[in-house]
Structures are given as C-alpha cells and as structure tokens.
Design a protein around this ligand. Sequence first.
Ligand code: UDP
Ligand code: MG
Length: 315
Amino acid sequence: MKLSLVAPCYNEEANIKRFFDAVKTAFDGKVTDYEIVFVNDGSKDGTYKELKKLYDENKKDNNIQVLTFSRNFGKESAMYAGLSNAKGDYVCIIDADLQQRPEVVLAMLDKINSDEDIDCVAAYQENRKESKAMSGIKSGFYKFINKIADVDFVNGASDFRLMKRSMVEAILDMSEYHRFSKGIFSWVGFNTAYIPYTVEEREFGETKWTVGKLFKYAIDGIISFSTFPLKLATAIGITTSIISVLYLIFVVLQKLIAGIDVPGYATIVVLVLFLGGMQLFCLGILGEYLSKIYVQVKNRPIYILKEHLGKDDED
Ligand code: UDP
Ligand code: MG
C-alpha cells in the first residue's frame, strides 16, 4: 500500500460520497495504490450509513477502512486513530468536507518525491478566507506562542499534510491525552516542506469551530507546549512582593518623617482586590496544568472504537 488518506468525519453525511468521488477523479491514472481511512467521530447524522454504503460498494477493491468511535472524541483523536490504522508508506491527513481538495495531495506527492530529504509536506493557507479581525487575532496568537513555546508553530499551516511512515510512527509514539497536533507535528521534528493552497468554501454541513472552541484550543496549545504561564505566575508574585516592600517603606517614612496619616480605605480596598485577583489568576494557571496532569495520569484511551470495517484480519 503506497498512500493512505486519513479523513476524520463528524456529521459529514452530505460530503462522504462526494469526497470519495473527488479523490477518485483526482487520483485517476496518477495514484493507483491508495486507501482511504475514514474515521467516524461519533457522528449524529447519517454519516455512518453513508460510510457503510461506500464500504460495501467498494469492498472488492479493499481500499476503504471505516473506524467508528463510540462517541465524539474530537478531530485530534480521530486523526490519531486514523494514523494508527493507516497502512501506507505515505499518509495524508485530509478533511472530509472537501475544503481541502484532493488535487493538492498530488502536488504534495510531487513535492515529497522531488527531494529524498523531505519527510513531510504541509499545506498552508496563503490567504485566509476570514475576517481581518480574525486573521489578526490568529497571527497575534502565533507570534505569542512562538515566543513562549519550545517548538515552532507555522501560522496558516493546518493538519492537511502528507507524511512518510517514519514521521507517522514518531507521532504515534506521542500518545499524550491532550493532543495539540500543530505542536506535535513540529515537536517530532523531520524536514517539512510547505506548499500554499486555497481553502474551499464548505458546501454542505457546517464548521465545528465556534469562537469559544477556538479560544479553548489556543489555551490548550499554550499549556501543552509551554511552561511560560507557570513562570509568569512566579514573576507576578516576585514583582508584587518587591513593589509591596517598597510601598511599605514609603508609607512608614511618610508617617515617621512627614507625619502624614495615610488615608487608608481606598488604598486598602484597591490593594486587597488587586492582590486577590492576582492570586486567583495564578491559582487558575496552576489549575490548568493540574487538570491536564490529572486527566493524563488516569491514562484513559484517546478514543474508543465501536467498529472497524476493513480491518485486515476481519475476513
Ligand atoms: N471533525 C471531527 N471531529 C470533530 C470535529 C470535526 O472529526 O469533533 C472533522 C470534520 O468532519 C472535518 C474536519 O474534522 O472533516 C475539520 O472540521 P471543520 O470542517 O469543522 O473545521 P474547519 O474546516 O472549519 O477548520
Ligand atoms: Mg472544514
């Protein structure tokens, strides 16, 4: 098996068949030896039915696997499951919603075959189809996280990428529960080449991203690949301690030398609120890390499979 396409699907009933056809058309005569690993991430619509139908229709070609989760575990888990079961020497992660065209995979293959030294070809969005404010926020986030994290994050790079088997194995070795793939791809190393692509409009179904989810994702990324917030808490603590000692000296001198009674109420209220706020903020940072550790040590599986169609030893 040469190429595996890993396609996470969550409520994509209208896209499954069209995705499959698009791949077939794009690959026709160019890529013959390939499989598609669909991961049905606990879809609530007819995605499973569509996948089952597709699987039955193409059973003789033996080029489709369908992994069905017991519930929705999220795209990160779906990608992990797909990578775990992909059999190709090359593996490409691609969305099932046709926003990422299969034609781009051909360009990725050309690129990876053009230079032996390349282990991974990632597609990045040259121009984002989103509001100025949103892309401003995103590029600000990338600047920030690149400053504080141990690994490089490339703005605009998505999960849409083609990897050699060696890189896939390295990613599978990172079996952490809280998965932030943008960081993982970068952490494992390997030579990555980037090619620009344009994201298509979503024709059917809807995006699963909300502003709230994006925000949480950003925080997860920071917590997963940086200990900067913890150090920030220390820095805040030290700074406020120094300032408070200086202020204490100032107040005592005011009283002793100038004989001024410090007008107390407002100062005290402001200080109590400010310090209380800072303490809670720092506790919150600790809590974020603690909760990640807590979930990780429970060692729960990243996903639970309900069914695996097209598994080797099935027939
Ligand atoms: N997806 C998934 N599980 C989820 C959310 C999304 O498997 O919990 C899949 C989804 O079906 C799609 C891909 O991940 O194939 C990207 O999702 P989406 O289109 O919502 O993200 P966007 O393209 O808007 O970034
Ligand atoms: Mg999409």
